[in-house]
Write a protein that binds this ligand. Structure first.
Ligand code: MN
Ligand code: MN
Length: 464
């Protein structure tokens, strides 16, 4: 007979069974629900990276952050921010050790999948005015048809002046949509595979149906649309050539479920990580290490371009901070640690065959750590070391953060990536940590209210 019973041994040695939201304390739950009311305001305002930068810059200024000036000398407790081309923003709090032992980073992305306008968008067909579009990021196209869309972005006129456009989120505003075929006539469409049934060229947006007048001129409906845009924004058709206009799902963030335990909204990927990262740095006053929350653009299209994570913008900022302390930038990077704050796919019982349940993440099980992402045989990813995983694990436990581990899905079924690999390439220790999301990349995504709060606790724990 062994002295230890199987039950005792199991408790000592084996992982505890999952309990969903069952083991979340009443304190954490009420803090989480309050946190989510602020998050709703953030998500409702921030449909695009530009709008997120505007919102976060205001928050930062309200919390004592000032624009970073590389010619100034900074000391512990100082709070600064940097903005890259209105599409990425970094908030830093100088630590007691400055950059001597590296910085602590939390990096999320503030772009989300959506429908962009082509440079020449406007046309008329059978007395309807439409816009040609080019989708941005990974979307299942059929999800974006026949739902209300709002328009966001900036147009730069020939004289260099700019106008910002934001229409369709207020219920009093007009909105737009991509039309779809009625089921009565879709026999041909219904036989096609999903990728052929909806092509990029089918994602045309209905923007008007009234002619300018009853003359014999052609395309009078398109002309009338342009007249309305000219009256309201002072733009003409050629100004679309120097514009960034994005159609996003219209409508507000909503509580989900009879128990209101979840949040449905557009852009939880990755604003459900961006917001807690921002809150964590706002609440940080005098950290040991210099802490940076950085919100990047272009993650959904591969992090390319000067506002994406492959740009040197953040590296240059860290080099400047290093210089401030008499350090070499690359030495600082080599000692730095980062949470790549990005979402992972929550297990969906309806599509369980796509997941491997022993290594999937679940709603209400807390923030999910993805040791690696990528596809196939761990291609195109950073695989966090055992040592760094150990460090993050103990940080989370110390800060009472509910967390779980998660792979994206079954090994050979697909894949995806985050900005982690670009951070790792700077010789920084990094791992993905974020909120599990249902219906990721759909116009209406779902998260749990306590998971996003656990993300806040995790980022705060990293900084403090
Ligand atoms: Mn993401
Ligand atoms: Mn994504």
């Amino acid at each position: 007979m062994s002295e230890t019973t199987a039950k005792e041994l199991r408790e000592q040695l084996m992982m505890k069974p999952r309990k969903g939201a069952g083991d979340i304390s009443a304190d954490d739950r009420s803090a989480a629900y309050a946190f989510c009311e602020d998050y709703k305001r953030f998500l409702d305002f921030c449909r695009t990276e530009r709008e997120a930068v505007t919102y976060v810059r205001t928050l930062a200024q309200e919390h004592g952050f000032t624009p970073y000036d590389p010619s100034k000398q900074y000391s512990p407790g100082d709070r600064v921010f940097i903005v890259n081309r209105e599409k990425a923003i970094g908030l830093a709090v100088i630590g007691k050790r400055g950059t001597d032992d590296g910085v602590r980073l939390s990096i999320a992305h503030i772009d989300s999948p959506r429908i962009d306008l082509k440079p020449n968008p406007l046309y008329e067909d059978n007395h309807l005015a439409l816009f040609k579009t080019h989708y941005y990021g990974g979307i299942k196209k059929y999800q974006w048809t026949a739902i209300p869309l709002s328009l966001h972005g900036r147009v730069v006129r020939l004289d260099g002046t700019a106008v910002d456009i934001r229409i369709g989120d207020d219920e009093a505003d007009e909105c737009f949509l991509i039309t779809d075929l009625l089921p009565h006539l879709d026999r041909e469409q219904a036989t096609k595979t999903m990728s052929k049934a909806f092509t990029g060229e089918d994602l045309n947006i209905l923007v008007g149906s009234l002619p300018y007048d009853d003359s014999d001129e052609k395309d009078l409906v398109a002309l009338n649309v342009m007249k309305l845009l000219s009256d309201r924004y002072g733009i003409s058709e050629s100004d679309f050539l120097s514009a960034e206009l994005n159609f996003c799902p219209a409508g507000k963030t909503r509580d989900i479920g009879f128990d209101r335990s979840m949040l449905g909204g557009y852009g939880h990927d990755d604003r459900s990580c961006a917001y807690p990262s921002v809150k964590a740095i706002l609440d940080t006053t005098l950290p040991e290490y210099t802490c940076i929350t950085y919100l990047t653009d272009k993650e959904e299209t591969g992090s390319d371009g000067n506002t994406g994570m492959q740009s040197d913008f953040l590296r240059y900022f860290i080099y400047d901070l290093a210089k401030n302390d008499g350090n070499e930038g690359y030495h600082v990077l080599s000692k730095s640690k980062c949470l790549s704050a990005d979402v992972n796919a929550a297990f969906d019982p309806t599509f369980s065959s796509a997941y491997e349940p022993k290594n999937a993440s679940f709603l209400n099980e807390g923030v999910v750590i993805s040791k690696y992402t990528g596809h196939g045989g761990k291609y195109d990813t950073s695989d966090a070391s055992a040592e760094f995983m150990g460090e993050i694990r103990s940080m989370l436990e110390k800060n009472n953060v509910k967390w779980q581990i998660g792979e994206l899905g079954k090994v050979d079924i697909g894949g995806g990536g985050t900005i982690a690999k670009y951070v790792a390439n700077m010789n920084v220790d990094v791992v993905d940590l974020g909120v599990p999301v249902l219906c990721m990349h759909a116009p209406f995504e779902v998260i749990s209210k306590t998971d996003i709060y656990m993300a806040y606790k995790a980022f705060y724990g990293l900084f403090n």
